[in-house]
Design a protein around this ligand. Structure first.
Ligand code: ADP
Length: 254
């Protein structure tokens, strides 16, 4: 077969194979994933096993909480899922594709398209407006202008912050800033939302507003993975993963 035909049919075959894998596999599959840090923040030599041989599937549409005492590995777990950090050993499949060995650029692409990140510290850009913060990741992805506008406006309306579109994040309350971070995640329409203690810096009323948005996203079909200490919030999730010393010690369905 001529090389150009062979190349084409192989790439079609690869695409079909990837789609078949994705159809048969959970959204997230971790196989024996460990993350060992060499040295601690004080420069000591000792190793810390932040994740210890974690094997876990997360199905599409599941609402999962990740809990456990401080230092048990929750943030590391979410960072690995978000492709912000890489396992030291083990395999990570996202949507049927092995992703732990991708290059930094490829990981960034997967993260930008497929992962909505909501962190305790909001991670908003201070010298952009609320509107621009929500729009920016869509611009990076090459979403066309009209589509961007429609998505940003819909996301702002969804979190009730349309009137704040032109403000800078620093002029908003913590609760509203977190809702902007959620609007940014909503506008990206990612298959999974990863939330790391998203209510950690908020009063209980603002925290409840954030949790309601997560509930609604889940009801709309999104897969959500929420790291939290709060027993009331854990109780709202349909699957509860407990970590201790980097190991999954319990994972209960609803
Ligand atoms: P949690 O989010 O549950 O509080 P983390 O994932 O932040 O837990 O941390 C798990 C363990 O890994 C802790 O012992 C922590 O000190 C250690 N750790 C996390 N990040 C680093 C790092 N960059 N360097 C060294 N140790 C780290």
């Amino acid at each position: 077969m001529a090389w150009w035909k062979r190349g084409k049919s192989e790439s079609v075959a690869e695409t079909v194979a990837a789609a078949e894998r994705a159809a048969g596999m959970p959204l997230i599959r971790l196989e024996g994933v460990s993350r060992v840090f060499k040295g601690d923040a004080n420069g000591a030599e000792e190793e810390t096993c932040a994740l210890d041989n974690v094997t876990l599937d997360i199905e599409r549409g599941q609402y999962v909480s990740v809990s456990g005492p401080s230092g048990c590995g929750k943030s590391t777990f979410l960072s690995v899922l978000a492709l912000l950090d890489s396992p030291t050993s083990g395999r990570y499949y996202f949507n049927g594709r092995r992703v732990d060995q991708l290059s930094a650029g490829e990981k960034a692409r997967v993260r930008n398209v497929d992962v909505g990140l909501i962190f305790q510290s909001f991670n908003l850009i201070g010298d952009m407006t609320v509107y621009e913060n929500i729009e920016y990741p869509l611009t990076l992805r090459g979403v066309a202008g009209d589509e961007r506008r429609a998505r940003v406006e819909a996301a702002l309306a969804r979190v009730g912050l349309t009137a704040r579109a032109k403000q800078r994040p620093g002029s908003l309350s913590g609760g509203h800033q977190q809702l902007v971070a959620i609007a940014r995640a909503i506008a990206g329409r990612p298959p999974i939302v990863l939330a790391d203690e998203p209510t950690g810096n908020l009063d209980s009323k603002s925290g409840e507003a954030v949790m309601q948005m997560l509930d609604e996203l889940h009801a709309g079909g999104a897969t959500i993975c929420l790291a939290t200490h709060n027993p009331d919030y854990i109780a709202r999730t349909e699957r509860k993963v407990h970590l201790f010393d980097g190991r999954v010690v319990d994972h209960l369905p609803a």
